[in-house]
Design a protein around this ligand. Structure first.
Ligand SMILES: [Ca+2]
Ligand SMILES: [Ca+2]
Ligand SMILES: [Ca+2]
Ligand SMILES: [Ca+2]
Length: 496
């Protein structure tokens, strides 16, 4: 993930108080202000740091967990970073049964199936928006002591996305109603573009059109009913769904964040949708995988070739077993400037076989600190050593010429130094996230196996270095290690 006007923790130096302290006493006085005790690494984004300590915090979704005897009610585990990385002791488990969280645990709600991070109220601490299906979403607010509270966002419970979509420097929130697949045509679903800042009562500075007027679409031949903003199938407050996932970044370099989503495209098929940010709502554009069958590939956004335009990376899907990298430009990504690869890429270890799920998870951000976003790929269907679907993951470095394969790394549970033992059907690599949990300037990887220990799931963390990922100090933990419900939880189904 990389966002327009990316703000890192050191942005807090811009506050009058911090600036005055620096002038008066330099960094030695820093701790006295209540601001972060150490100067944070440039690799820790504000939205990833809920408690403002300069270490990125990981969020783990466990959407199928039983909570308060309600099957598939779901929860998220928030793991706070530290100089030593993550610790199973430093966490917060959040469900509808958690004190302060509105609502109550509900069977099949799958709370935490999707979520997004962003500093919605602009106080310098990242906030977390957790989708909860038909019941809507919940915002938890960052503070020096971590996430607190729980503000209900009724009506919007699917694939929320934070970013600066109108380019004013404040974090906005794109909200989408929960909807389910309905036959031939994608159903229209309620949606809203909330202009930031968003107050802790859940009130935005303004509500903008989710779609620019040029995109409004109504019933009938001439769309006349839509011209007034009413009767729209897709319009100021509606867009087609359902939506499985989304990622934000600035693919056309205009300072406004854009969203790539995986959405229902009708007739049982799913595909990508690119929404370009704008002052008067999103406009639709192209992304790879615009019609792609039923599987959901991973999607990531980041500047792989360092040209200032974020690039869109879409994993293999039913129609393409290849990972596609659509390089951004002033006019956004295009098919003409999209390059694809699979495991036959020179430098990439592994054999390309049917059903590998190459890129079933995708994360794009800079690990080795050279300024080029690197591509993490989950390969949960990878077979090796006669183990079917044991799974693996890879890191493919970015460069001035984009991905080349040079320097690629592949890991699985039998890689020396990786905790655990690879087994048939583990599906290691089902989800990935890149974030700097130990604040050393190199993003680390979190990777999940949702099929570990039946369907309980587990998460591994490998550290980033100037030469890529290392197994040194690798960590693995499951839901039981964080005192959370384990049975069939799919712990790690979503990571961010
Ligand atoms: Ca933190
Ligand atoms: Ca943009
Ligand atoms: Ca680029
Ligand atoms: Ca890099």
């Amino acid at each position: 993930m990389s966002r327009a006007g990316r703000r890192i923790r050191t942005a807090r130096l811009g506050s009058p108080l911090a600036a005055a302290v620096l002038l008066a006493g330099g960094l030695s006085a820093w701790a006295l202000t209540g601001a972060p005790a150490q100067a944070a690494a440039a690799s820790v984004d504000v939205e990833d740091d809920f408690n403002g300590d300069g270490y990125a915090d990981l969020v783990i979704g466990a959407p199928n967990a039983t909570v308060s005897d309600k099957a598939k009610a779901g929860y998220v585990a928030v793991m706070y970073g530290s100089a030593d990385g993550l610790s199973t002791a430093n966490k917060k488990i959040v469900s509808r049964s958690t004190s302060g969280i509105p609502g109550s645990a509900t069977a099949n709600e799958r709370f935490g199936l999707t979520f997004t991070k962003g500093d919605l109220d602009g106080d310098g601490y990242g906030d977390l928006v957790i989708a909860g299906g038909a019941a809507g979403s919940v915002v938890m607010w960052g503070s020096a002591s971590g996430l607190t509270g729980g503000t209900n966002l009724a009506g919007y419970g699917q694939a929320p996305q934070a970013g600066d979509f109108d380019g004013d420097g404040k974090t906005d929130l794109a909200l989408f109603a929960h909807s389910t697949v309905a036959g031939d045509d994608p159903p229209s679903a309620k949606a809203a573009l909330w202009k930031g800042p968003v107050s802790r009562t859940g009130t935005p500075a303004a509500v903008l059109n989710i779609l620019d007027k040029s995109e409004w679409w109504g019933y009938g031949e001439d769309d006349a009913s839509c011209a007034t903003g009413s009767g729209c199938e897709e319009g100021p407050d509606s867009i087609s769904g359902p939506i499985r996932s989304g990622e934000a970044g600035d693919v056309n370099g205009d300072g406004k964040d854009d969203i790539v989503q995986w959405v229902y495209t009708g007739d049982g098929t799913w595909g990508s949708r690119m929404l370009l940010g704008g002052a008067s709502g999103f406009t639709k554009s192209w992304a790879p995988g615009d019609t792609a069958g039923g599987a959901t590939p991973g999607m990531g956004v980041g500047d792989v070739n360092g040209d200032g335009y974020d690039d869109v990376v879409v994993g293999g899907d039913d129609w393409s077993g290849k990972v596609r990298v659509a390089y951004g430009s002033a006019s956004g990504p295009s098919s003409a400037n999209t390059k694809s690869f699979d495991q036959s890429l020179p430098g990439f270890y592994g054999a390309e076989e049917e059903g590998d799920g190459l890129g079933a998870a995708v994360s794009v951000d800079d690990v080795n600190g050279d300024g080029y976003a690197d591509i993490a790929l989950g390969i949960p269907g990878e077979d090796f050593s006669a183990l079917t679907d044991a799974g693996s993951f890879a890191l493919v470095p970015g460069s001035a010429s984009g991905f080349t394969g040079t320097g690629s790394q592949v890991f699985h549970q039998n890689t020396e130094g990786v905790p655990g033992v690879a087994e048939t059907g583990d599906k290691f690599g089902a989800a990935t996230a890149l974030l700097d949990v130990n604040g050393d300037g190199h993003r680390d990887i979190a990777v999940a196996s949702t099929a570990e220990n039946s369907d309980n799931g587990a998460v591994w963390v490998l550290r980033g270095t100037s030469t890529g990922l290392t197994t040194t100090s690798a960590l693995a933990f499951g839901p039981g290690d964080v005192s959370a419900p384990a049975t069939d939880a799919l712990f790690g189904y979503t990571l961010r």
